[in-house]
Design a protein around this ligand. Structure first.
Ligand SMILES: [Zn+2]
Ligand SMILES: [Zn+2]
Length: 361
């Protein structure tokens, strides 16, 4: 060590913030890493830079250094440095440092992320099915570089840090000893290759955010809470991995008077007492607006279920239609005019409620 001032080594002022120190270090380490820099003094400079960084990036060590100068802290600084990697070369401290900066922990082809959207449709749309166009914001491969990150016509070169295999070994020491870890290469982020000239369109990301119109066919008979999957319509994959999926959660609004039970529709139909007693032909609304005629037999009791076959909801899988189940509700008039009242009073004299008979044994 030539004993240069740490601030001078990093080329920063005494008041530099931790953030500034980190940025400067990052750049210098890149410039002087012996794998990247072939000049004879690179190794020495790199050591110096690391030593300076070890001290100045640690607030306590930095304070000591500011107060007492190099002598007081150089040992601590060097110990810190050497403690990282006894004999493993300079690569490891470099990696140990950079691996803290959001390096992706996986390598190789990976499926892209899934997208989740939600829509709300009407009861009728759910019963009959519909097509919907959805604006889906998703990540796609850059159209200019086709995802390879380099400007078309330029090439990618093998990463020197990892020699192109995308992984590096890292030695970590703690109280219990030293551990060897294989981690994604921090220089190339596990890609094994370095982009020389980044693609002008995606700035070297290889990916772009784009909004696509997706045609979604929602099948007839879909139920509330169903998830429709569009395979491969999610975010683009990584390293030639397949794209993710697009999931659409469908919420179905309630209908003003139809309810659904599986593929059957339930309709609670109000009728009068005379209709129930005498029987009648009544109009029944069907889902979608049509009307059907239904015969109410004489003597129909409240709660009786009358069935109109095939007027329910189409089954999503079998395509068979359920039934419309008409539940008879006998209503009691609330307002009575004089004539109705008189007729009911007469009726009242004629009718006796039928109590269930108790058997006496
Ligand atoms: Zn591009
Ligand atoms: Zn690499």
């Amino acid at each position: 060590m030539n004993g240069r001032d740490f601030y001078e080594v990093l080329g920063i002022g005494k008041g530099a913030s931790e953030d500034d120190i980190r940025k400067v270090y990052r750049k210098l380490a890149m410039d002087w890493h012996p794998d990247r820099n072939n000049t004879p003094e690179a190794e020495q400079r790199f050591k110096e830079i690391n030593e300076a960084y070890q001290t100045l990036s640690d607030p306590q060590k930095r304070q000591m250094y500011d107060r007492y100068g190099r002598v007081a802290v150089s040992d601590a600084g060097r110990r810190g440095f050497e403690g990282f990697d006894p004999g493993g070369g300079l690569g490891d401290i470099f990696e140990a440092f950079f691996s803290g900066f959001g390096v992706r922990e996986e390598r190789g082809p990976r499926r892209g992320g899934d997208l989740h959207y939600a829509i709300t449709i009407s009861f009728q749309e759910a019963a009959f099915g519909l097509g919907r166009e959805i604006d889906a914001a998703r990540t796609e491969l850059c159209t200019r570089c086709k995802g390879n990150r380099a400007e078309p016509g330029t090439s990618l070169t093998q990463c020197n840090t990892c020699r192109g295999n995308g992984q590096v070994r890292r030695t970590q020491s703690n109280l219990f000893g030293q551990f060897m870890q294989v981690v994604p290469c921090p220089t190339c982020k596990g890609e094994g290759r370095i982009v020389q000239m980044p693609c002008a369109q995606c700035k070297g990301a290889g990916r772009e955010q784009r909004t696509r119109k997706l045609q979604v066919a929602i099948p007839a008979g879909i139920e509330d809470g169903t998830q429709v999957r569009l395979s491969g319509e999610g975010d683009a994959g990584w390293n030639s991995g397949p794209p993710g999926h697009f999931y659409l959660s469908v919420t179905v609004k309630a209908h003003p008077f139809f309810k659904r039970e599986g593929n059957h529709l339930i309709y609670e139909m109000p009728i009068t007492f005379p209709q129930a007693a005498l029987g009648d032909m009544v109009d029944v609304p069907l889902l979608g607006g049509a009307i059907d005629q239904l015969k109410i037999p004489s003597g129909t009791q409240p709660g009786t279920v009358l069935r109109i076959k095939g007027k329910g909801v189409t089954d999503v899988n079998s395509r068979q239609r359920g039934d419309l189940l008409v539940v008879v509700q006998v209503t009691t008039p609330k307002k009575l005019d004089a004539r109705t009242k008189k007729l009911l009073e007469e009726l009242h004299k004629l009718l006796e409620p039928e109590h269930p008979k108790q058997s006496v044994e």
